[in-house]
Write a protein that binds this ligand. Structure first.
Ligand code: ATP
Ligand code: ATP
Ligand code: MG
Ligand code: MG
Ligand code: MG
Ligand code: MG
Length: 317
């Protein structure tokens, strides 16, 4: 195609679109914009609306499948998700702008695409609420996510990054659980062993316990330690924090499953083969995607060594 005289302006792009350092872990973290308000406007349950956390997981799985096999694991809690790219990932020539914008918009698109599966009552039969939920079946406005990109130079800083996010999850969740118990808005979830459905109850909304206002609860919790909060929950509310769902206390890790990791590791060529095959496919054809069974959703501790003993090989991919 003939070039126009305006073509030269493309050169200006190079000043802002750099290539990320080779041989390092790229992490992209997306975070809901103004989700404090979004949660309020859509009547989210407190302190955790499981529907939204499940939707976040679904959106993250969509991202992992779309970028397969470049994303080796992801970790999500609250309104954020972190995606870890394999050290040798070479997608889009590691162009910063492409990677950050595509992961963020793929996640956002997934969140919107799957919204109804989680927030439309008829479609989400996994929750049984003991009191009618204030439902917001349709979105009141389009939610957005910001995205940032961080480089970690080695396994130990990458693992510490993920530990940092899980510690953040724990601190916030313990605070929010105690806070909403004090204000009487706490929602309890229990798994029904027969059918694995979640029973949702509101144990303190109708009790005679005096409910604190937002200001009072904030004051009550200022300068309290973790064990103070555990104690408040236990003595005032008969609630053992350790019985809260692990999904709330630990967040969610999505990884390639062990068989996949072994297969890809034992045959490094298969990753390269897959990538080559993908790039050879015409842009318009649907790219082959792995199915859900090739991934694992875990709600486990990633601060200690056990998780890394088993899943450490991920970082070698
Ligand atoms: P920013 O735009 O700076 O990220 P934000 O309002 O999104 O602002 P965050 O620090 O990201 O603030 O916190 C997210 C907030 O969204 C939480 O504090 C909580 O109020 C709400 N939220 C997110 N997910 C859920 C959920 N699954 N259930 C209940 N509330 C949630
Ligand atoms: P890339 O991912 O590299 O951007 P692409 O397939 O999106 O690849 P573009 O160069 O961005 O390629 O071109 C967009 C293409 O999408 C057009 O060539 C055209 O085929 C199609 N397209 C976009 N908008 C319209 C539209 N409004 N009507 C018809 N076709 C459209
Ligand atoms: Mg923020
Ligand atoms: Mg946010
Ligand atoms: Mg957040
Ligand atoms: Mg295009």
């Amino acid at each position: 195609m003939a070039k126009s005289k305006y073509e030269y302006v493309r050169q200006f792009e190079s000043a802002t679109d750099h290539h990320l350092l080779l041989d390092s872990y790229i992490v992209v973290r997306v975070d809901g914009q103004g989700f404090h308000r979004f949660a309020k406007e859509h009547n989210f349950l407190k302190p955790n609306d499981k529907r939204c956390l499940d939707l976040m997981n679904r959106s993250a799985l969509h991202v992992m499948k779309s970028f397969y096999p470049n994303i080796i694991m992801s970790y999500g809690q609250s309104d954020e998700y972190s995606f870890v790219l394999r050290r040798m990932a070479h997608l889009y020539n590691r162009r910063h702008n492409k990677i950050i914008s595509l992961i963020t918009s793929t996640f956002t698109a997934g969140f919107l695409f799957y919204w109804n599966d989680y927030f439309c009552d008829q479609k989400n039969p996994n929750l049984i609420a003991k009191k009618p939920l204030k439902l917001t079946q349709t979105l009141k406005y389009p939610p957005t996510f910001d995205g940032r990109c961080i480089l970690y130079p080695n396994e130990s800083t990458l693992m510490d990054y993920l530990r940092w996010r899980q510690v953040d999850c724990h601190i916030n969740n313990l605070y929010n659980t105690t806070f909403h118990a004090l204000t009487g808005e706490y929602t309890h979830y229990e798994v029904n062993d027969d059918d694995n459905k979640f029973i949702v109850t509101f144990p303190y909304s109708e009790t005679k316990l005096s409910k604190l206002s937002t200001n009072e609860a904030t004051k009550r919790l200022s300068h309290t330690s973790s064990s103070d909060k555990n104690e408040i929950l236990f003595t005032d509310f008969d609630l053992n924090y350790n019985n809260e769902l692990e999904q709330f206390r630990k967040g969610t890790i999505i990884t390639l499953n062990i068989e996949q990791i072994d297969r890809l590791l034992s045959d490094q060529k298969s990753i390269n083969y897959y990538i080559r095959k993908k790039s050879l496919q015409s842009k318009n054809s649907l790219v082959e995607k792995p199915d859900d069974q090739q991934f694992e959703l875990l709600n486990v501790d990633i601060i200690g060594e056990n998780f890394w003993k088993k899943y450490g090989p991920l970082l070698k991919l």
